[in-house]
Write a protein that binds this ligand. Structure first.
Ligand code: PLP
Length: 413
């Protein structure tokens, strides 16, 4: 503890209250946009939010019902093993076989507090100080923070529309150094909605195998693909990778269960054992009731998920068409997840209602102030010049929100 003379009252030295490691963490920009939108709504403003990365649907009834039953069962009022309810891990083995064709055992699965926690655990287990992790951009805002917190060094690799925001082996190879330990891979992608075709996944997975690089592959949007595009799991496409691969997944997006906080990681047994040890001191098990709800979700069929996917698909086509009709905006067609990632570079520097936004961040401020439309600026994803717009909101709100943007941006001078 610092002595009073160094940092106490009367001292001129700055007080060292928050550790440097944690002080360096930025707040989640996506949650911040959502919070601003909700705060304005609470003041009675009619704000349309494209910020939140969560389905607007309620959790399907049979899942909620399983949780209600679980709540009444005193067994559910107790701890479970840190790694998760045995029945849930068994069900995840089946689910993984059904949905991706990957064969795993329960000892290769750790149930976590959402996919986010699985990601934090994965990097905590893999990274020593200075280990480099390749992160293609635009990236989901949590990845670099999670890597840095684990002592790793995120190495950002920019991509753009010319490759539909997909990284190539040549770009990965150019960024590889002797310190490269891990590649972060996500398909379908948040924030771009890109989905990698099988042959690109194969090439990237093979490149990782050839160089002894680990892959953390985030499959949380596995069921949200459109236009016949299919999701492929990297360790299935490249089986030699299995010993150096961690799969991240969760119930949040497929089953509209963001608030229940259940995710999981799948990996080699030594990694899963290490992550379970870590979690046993951090959070212990995921809430027992939530695990029982997740069990009902993953053990059931995908009927409800398919109905939501169809709604997202309809909204995807609407937002893609409408955005491209705005002068100064261009948007590639997203093939997965529930995000559009339009370029707004053509609007930057123009004047709107006496303001001249100089960045996508300033343009997003203008959108919420003047049109009461919340979007997340590309700066949050390492990609200035873009907006991320979630289309997981009602059809009418979606049309109203983009119409408002169109009117505002149409006033350019
Ligand atoms: C790509 C990606 N991975 C993981 C997550 C984490 O989801 P959760 O922690 O809610 O399970 C999200 C949530 O936005 C995401 O977009």
């Amino acid at each position: 503890m610092a002595s009073q003379t160094e940092t106490g009252p009367g001292s001129t030295a700055p007080e060292h209250r928050i550790s440097k490691r944690i002080a360096a963490v930025s707040p989640s920009a996506t949650l911040a946009v959502d919070a601003k939108a909700k705060a304005l709504q609470a003041l009675g403003e009619n704000v349309i939010g494209f910020g939140a990365g969560e389905p607007d649907f309620p959790t399907p009834e049979h899942i909620v019902e399983a949780a209600v039953v679980a709540c009444r069962d005193p067994k559910t009022h107790k701890y479970t093993p840190t790694g998760g309810l045995p029945a849930l891990r068994e069900a995840l083995v089946e689910k993984t076989r059904r949905d991706s064709g990957l064969e795993v055992t329960p000892s290769q699965i750790l149930v976590t507090n959402g996919g986010k926690h699985a990601i934090a655990n994965a990097f905590a287990v893999l990274c020593d100080p200075g280990d480099e992790v390749l992160v293609p951009a635009p990236y989901w805002t949590t990845y670099p923070e999670s890597i840095a917190l684990a002592g790793g060094v995120p190495v950002v690799i920019p991509t753009d529309e010319s490759s539909e925001f997909r990284v190539s082996v040549a770009e990965l190879e150019a960024a590889r150094t002797e310190k490269t330990k891990v590649l972060l891979f996500v398909s379908p992608s948040n924030p771009t909605g890109s989905v990698y075709p099988r042959q690109e996944i194969e090439a990237i997975g093979q490149w990782a195998v050839d160089h002894g690089i680990w892959v953390v592959t985030d499959e949380i949007y596995e069921h949200l693909t459109y236009d016949g595009v299919e999701h492929h799991s990297m360790p299935v496409v490249v089986p030699e990778l299995v010993d150096r691969c961690i799969v991240v997944n969760g119930v949040a997006k497929t089953y509209a269960m963001t608030g229940w906080r259940v995710g999981w990681l799948i990996g080699p047994t030594d990694v899963v054992t290490a992550a379970t040890n870590l979690q046993s001191h951090e959070t212990s098990n995921v809430a027992n009731v939530s695990q029982r709800a997740a069990l009902a979700a993953v053990a059931g069929d995908l009927t409800a998920a398919e109905a939501m996917r169809e709604a997202f698909d309809r909204r995807r086509r609407t937002i893609h068409t409408m955005l491209n009709e705005i002068d100064g905006v261009s948007c590639i067609e997203p093939k997965g997840a529930f995000y559009a990632f339009p370029s707004v570079k053509g609007l930057i520097g123009r004047e709107f209602r006496g303001r001249r936004p100089a960045s996508s961040a300033e343009l997003a401020e203008l959108a919420i102030d003047e049109a009461k439309v919340a979007v997340v600026p590309g700066e949050a994803f390492g990609a200035p010049g873009y907006f991320r717009m979630s289309y997981a909101l009602g059809d009418e709100n979606l049309v109203e929100g983009v119409t408002r943007l169109s009117k505002l941006f149409g006033e350019a001078s």
